[in-house]
Design a protein around this ligand. Structure first.
Ligand code: PLP
Length: 425
């Protein structure tokens, strides 16, 4: 679709909403304008294609399809079965897994399904601490994972700020966990899944690798895959994979039945068939050469942006990045992550505050900001734009005046408009 067709497509959708709900139609138009005109640097976000959007906004939302293709509890499932079979076979091709379940509504539910398939309440699990890059669902006390299991967090090393694999080995030997959870939300380096699996297996534990953030790199072979080493691999489909908001679980053949039972009826009821159709579309896109090129550019852009920011004096957690994301450590005596997020927001740049390893501030304040390149790369931006963006970030963070942020915002909008996204809102 060219920009003209995109404008017509979105105008049509918003007009359909406007006829019954002008307030939501206005919010949709404003959100499209915000996405078009801003710089989206939240590492977990991306922009889907019109094809993915259209599948999500399709009549498959109407269909109840509890069960799995060929074994449903409802009639009339012949066409949604086609969608789910395509999603499953494409995911299998993309990741080389034995079995996949594409029904989880989200990454959190994908993880919950694996816990249900493998653990009993009170069992011990190991997960990377949230402040060290892990995810809430990896055992945070406020999450069901932390409430249900005995959680032993592992950490990054203070010197390298990379996972302390040897300390993890000691924890596994001491605590004999049922499951070791690996994968992260705010970790800029390659994760050695093979090493973690070896640590788990020598202690008799199973391994779940959560590749929610890095699935795109894993799919095209630009990050080592956990699939050959780990019993379970979970992911979201909406981050670097650039599909609809949702989750998915891959596993070894021997766990297929237990996993499918855990997803349904264990954790969920009816699957979101429109979203599953959109997952199939996104996987088809991810199997093409342009997607591979896209991921290569995401990584190149992250390296460039990170290097430029370091050149401007910003300290990066772990000293750099191997992935699509980086974390600025603003320092205990610098501005907080919260303040940094606000300043960048005023300049039209969207990021999220984050804690950094061994942070002394509370999570809601934090001493870091997380920055990622998947979304800006989808727009077609490259190294030259990353250099410009580093300058915008630097100026916005160092300014204390509204006028200075507004000036950056004007330049941000000009840059964004040079890389049109969803047509004229
Ligand atoms: C984003 C993320 C999730 C959760 O996904 P939701 O779809 O928001 O539930 C789980 N694990 C990791 C590592 C993530 O980054």
């Amino acid at each position: 679709m060219n920009q003209h067709e995109r404008t017509a497509f979105f105008n049509f959708l918003e007009t359909a909403v406007r006829q019954t709900d002008p307030e939501i139609a206005a919010a949709l138009g404003n959100e499209r304008r915000r996405e078009n005109d801003g710089l989206e640097l939240i590492a977990s976000e991306n922009f889907v294609s019109p094809a993915v959007l259209a599948a999500m906004g399709s009549v498959m939302t109407n269909k109840y399809a509890e069960g799995y293709p060929g074994k449903r509890y409802y009639g009339g499932c012949e066409f949604v079965d086609v969608a789910e079979e395509l999603a499953r076979s494409r995911a299998t091709q993309l990741f080389g897994c034995d079995h996949v379940n594409v029904q989880p509504h989200s990454g959190a539910q994908a993880n919950m399904s694996v816990y249900l398939a493998t653990c009993q309440p009170g069992d011990t699990i190991l997960g990377l601490d949230l402040a060290h890059g892990g995810h809430l669902t990896h055992g945070h006390p406020l999450n069901y994972s932390g409430k249900t299991f005995k959680v032993v967090p592992y950490l990054v090393r203070p010197d390298t700020e990379t996972i302390d694999y040897e300390a993890l080995r000691e924890l596994a030997r001491t605590h004999r966990p049922k499951l070791i959870v690996c994968g992260a939300s705010a970790y800029p380096r390659i994760i050695d899944f093979e090493r973690i699996a070896e640590i788990a297996h020598e202690s008799g534990a199973l391994v779940m690798a959560d590749i929610a953030h890095i699935a795109g790199m894993v799919a095209v072979g630009m990050h080592p895959s956990p699939v050959p080493h780990c019993e379970f691999v979970t992911t979201t489909t909406h981050k670097t994979l650039r599909g609809p908001r949702g989750g998915m679980v891959m596993c070894r053949a021997e766990f297929a039945e237990a996993l499918d039972k855990a997803v349904f009826p264990g954790v969920q009821g009816g699957p979101l068939m429109h979203v599953i159709a959109a997952k199939a579309v996104a996987f088809a896109e991810a199997l093409t050469p342009p997607y591979r090129d896209y991921i290569a550019k995401v990584l190149e852009n992250a390296k460039t942006l990170c290097g430029e920011l370091q050149g401007l004096g910003w300290r990066m957690v772990s000293g750099g990045t191997d992935t699509h994301l980086m974390l600025i450590n603003l320092g205990a005596d610098g501005i907080s992550g919260k303040k940094a997020e606000e300043r960048l927001g005023r300049a039209g740049i969207t990021v999220n505050k984050n804690t950094v390893p061994f942070d002394t501030r509370k999570p809601y304040i934090g001493s870091g900001v997380r920055i990622g390149t998947p979304a800006v790369t989808t727009r077609g931006m490259g190294p030259a734009e990353m250099k410009a963006i580093a300058g915008f970030i630097d100026r916005a963070l160092r300014s204390e005046e509204e006028a200075a942020w507004a000036k950056v915002k004007t330049e941000v909008e000009a840059l964004a408009r040079a890389f049109p996204l969803y047509g004229q809102a």
